[in-house]
Design a protein around this ligand. Structure first.
Ligand code: ATP
Length: 439
């Protein structure tokens, strides 16, 4: 039997390959080269049909004679290159097919594979994540990550257009930035160090030199959460701007989210249809509901929460019945928010803060910040934190700290909504949680 493995054809043709989505009836009669992963092989005896996939889609090749018998033992998902003449086809899914004159197996896949990347045989999420690189050969899955990459680009472009500067702050830090207990600690040249849980203090400091900054980066939380919306490592889009208040930041978040969705409707329409009936996307405004109003809404649904208490998961699920799409919850009780959030002057029990929700899911958290060093010091003490541990941060407030506001957008959670995924692990390539540290 002839071997299908040799590198001579590769050298000749690989640079001139045509993509599956580009080949059409105009190519009939031309001799072309295609490469891809073998998905299907239908053996009809004297004639065989192969379907293979490259990053743009599938193509069909027709094999006869010696090539056909040599091809019978090629495992599915092997990388193949075919060279041949484009001809008319009777297949419904293809405009044309290639009458194969040369086939080469560039890389053989094992048989059986740990999962079926075509998705015909279903695998559990754990099995899929164990074989993530292979999982991506499923076009539905790879599309999620194409959209993710596309949205990252939209977010950056949007923020540049609003005069934000992209920054990179340290992820190895010497002390707890927000006084939280959810930090991963490790030994750092005989000292204790931590993985950053947010860029909060750095981004605030940077407003005094750069005015408007944003950072897109992974952050780390040592919370032993077992939910479909928490990971130990997640990506956040953080922004901070001098001379804006929390209302302005909500305007920016609203425009960012709605313009991203509108762009996706234009460029990824097929994946977005499920969002089409959501009213505020049509009217271009996200409702702003006070925390107080949420308590009243919940009371009318039989859920009694006292002022000052957080909205529990069941409460947020109930609110999600009233506000099924995007909505801001604004003016949270001051005591529920971190030390750096500013309170209302006339009602200090309420803070200038907001969360953006999608149904029950929190996506963004933000607010106007304290910018007076004395008040910030007092706030630290009120929260039981030691101002000495924040001395680096506090001294920057003596150097002309402007009034400023900002927020953190949970990018993975935003992607859950944009791709209609119910589990955050669907939109993260290699998720990290309490159980999963590999691959
Ligand atoms: P939650 O109450 O849902 O645990 P949080 O109040 O701890 O969130 P923030 O510290 O305000 O969240 O972080 C800002 C945003 O970052 C959140 O609104 C969310 O979108 C995202 N985020 C926070 N923690 C996680 C996590 N463990 N996994 C994924 N995203 C997260």
């Amino acid at each position: 039997m002839r071997s299908l493995e040799s590198d001579t054809v590769i050298k000749e043709n690989i640079m001139n390959r045509i993509f599956a989505s580009s080949i059409n009836k105009d190519h009939i009669g031309q001799n072309l080269t295609l490469v891809g992963w073998l998905e299907d092989f239908r053996d009809m005896g004297k004639i065989g049909f192969i379907s293979a996939r490259d990053m743009t889609g599938n193509f069909q090749g027709v094999l006869t004679g010696g090539l056909l018998s040599a091809f019978r033992e090629v495992p599915k998902q092997s990388v193949i290159m075919i060279k041949g003449t484009v001809q008319e086809t009777r297949a419904e899914n293809f405009q044309v097919e290639v009458k194969v004159e040369k086939v080469e197996v560039m890389s053989r896949a094992v048989n059986p594979l740990p999962i079926d990347p075509t998705g015909r045989v279903k695998s559990s999420m754990d099995k899929r994540l164990d074989s993530r690189a292979l999982d991506l050969r499923n076009s539905r899955i790879s599309n999620i990550f194409r959209i993710r990459s596309y949205v990252l680009n939209l977010v950056r472009t949007f923020l540049y257009s609003r005069m934000f500067v992209e920054v990179n702050t340290p992820k190895i830090i010497g002390s707890s930035t927000e006084g939280g207990a959810d930090l991963f600690g490790f030994e750092y040249f005989s000292r204790k160090a931590y993985l950053a849980q947010s860029p909060q203090l750095y981004k605030e400091q940077l407003t005094l030199g750069l005015e408007r900054v944003f950072e897109i980066s992974p952050y780390f939380r040592a919370e032993p959460s077992h939910t479909v919306r928490h990971l130990s490592e997640f990506v956040s889009v953080d922004l901070e701007a001098a001379f804006l208040d929390y209302g302005n930041i909500m305007d920016i978040v609203q425009e960012l989210v709605l313009s991203t969705i509108n762009d996706l409707f234009v460029h990824h329409n097929k994946e977005m249809t499920y969002l089409e009936n959501k009213q505020e996307i049509m009217v271009g405004r996200i409702p702003r509901i006070t925390y107080q109003k949420c308590l009243e809404d919940l009371r009318s649904l039989g859920e009694k929460i006292e002022f000052g208490n957080d909205l529990s998961d069941p409460a947020l699920k109930k609110l999600g019945q009233i506000y099924s799409s995007f909505y801001f919850i604004i003016d949270w009780p001051t005591k529920l928010k971190p030390f750096y959030i500013l309170e209302h002057e006339k009602k200090p029990e309420l803070s200038k803060s907001f969360d953006l929700q999608y149904g029950y899911l929190e996506i963004v958290s933000g607010g106007t910040r304290q910018h007076n060093s004395e008040r910030l010091r007092n706030k630290l003490l009120e929260k039981g934190l030691d101002p000495n541990s924040f001395s680096d941060h506090l001294q920057t407030f003596e150097w002309g700290m402007p009034p400023h506001s900002g927020c953190g957008i949970g990018f993975d959670r935003l992607m859950m909504i944009l791709t209609n995924s119910t589990n955050i692990r669907e939109v993260v390539l290699y998720p990290r949680d309490t159980e999963r540290l590999r691959p």
